[in-house]
Design a protein around this ligand. Structure first.
Ligand SMILES: [Fe+2]
Length: 241
């Protein structure tokens, strides 16, 4: 079978997320991803795996391959894990190593590793380099300020591929930074293998100052609602624990 390319958004959040106040549901996110012609989506809520056969079928009907995923907090650091249908928080780096040993198809990506937050990996990316298959190139940057520069350098040093994502918290972010992956079949196993082998391309451009201002305002509003209006009980289609 000859290879073909699929475009993917593999870092996104929904109203299922227990940490951030997100307006859109998984179905609304899938609809927008499909509308933009993006082929693959991973929903990566913080410490919570949003996955069910119904959601997978909903995505399939929209022409989107949905990959089970989570943005885990491992020893206080954000780590994207793909290919799990169950997730137990908390997890240590040693447990992540064991998980990867038991299931070689599991894919792990270092999200926004050098952004200015205590939850970003920073130099722990090097300490635990054996736990990662790829490093994220995050959409949130401008020509003047780009915290991805150190991620590019780390990817070169560690010989790991860069994968573009939009770390979606708002539907307006869909498609801002993506990757295309070269696969021989439309499956998680094929996507995971292709990323690990570096058969992918990064598609990104810096945010304009107007886009940056809008996103900062949206994030402040999200934080305000999260801290002042209390946690909303999201409709949870499935909880894997
Ligand atoms: Fe995220």
């Amino acid at each position: 079978m000859s290879d073909f390319k699929l475009r993917m958004e593999i870092h996104s959040h929904t109203d299922y997320d227990p940490q951030d106040w997100i307006e859109h549901s998984a179905e609304e996110l899938i609809d927008e991803v499909a509308r933009q012609g993006i082929d693959i989506l991973a929903i990566t809520c913080h410490r919570a795996l949003q996955w069910s056969p119904q959601l997978k079928s909903y995505a399939e009907a929209a022409g989107v391959l949905l990959i089970p995923a989570v943005e885990a907090s491992i020893e206080g650091k954000d780590v994207l894990i793909y290919g799990l249908e169950r997730f137990q928080h908390p997890m240590s780096f040693d447990q992540l190593r064991e998980l990867r040993r038991q299931d070689p198809a599991v894919l792990t990506v270092a999200p926004h590793p050098f952004f200015p937050s205590n939850t970003c990996l920073g130099n722990k990316l090097f300490t635990h380099a054996d736990c990662f298959d790829a490093i994220e190139y995050c959409h949130f940057y401008t020509r003047q300020v780009n915290f991805n520069a150190k991620a590019v350098e780390a990817a070169r040093k560690l010989n790991l591929p860069l994968v573009g994502t939009s770390d979606i918290h708002f539907l307006t972010q869909v498609g801002k930074t993506t990757s295309t992956v070269q696969v021989s079949e439309r499956s998680f196993a094929a996507v995971s293998a292709a990323i690990k082998a570096g058969r992918l391309e990064l598609h990104t451009k810096p945010l304009s100052l107007g886009q940056l201002s809008l996103q900062v305002a949206q994030m402040l509003w999200m934080k305000f609602k999260g801290s002042h209006l209390g946690r909303r009980q999201a409709s949870r289609t499935a909880v894997a624990s």
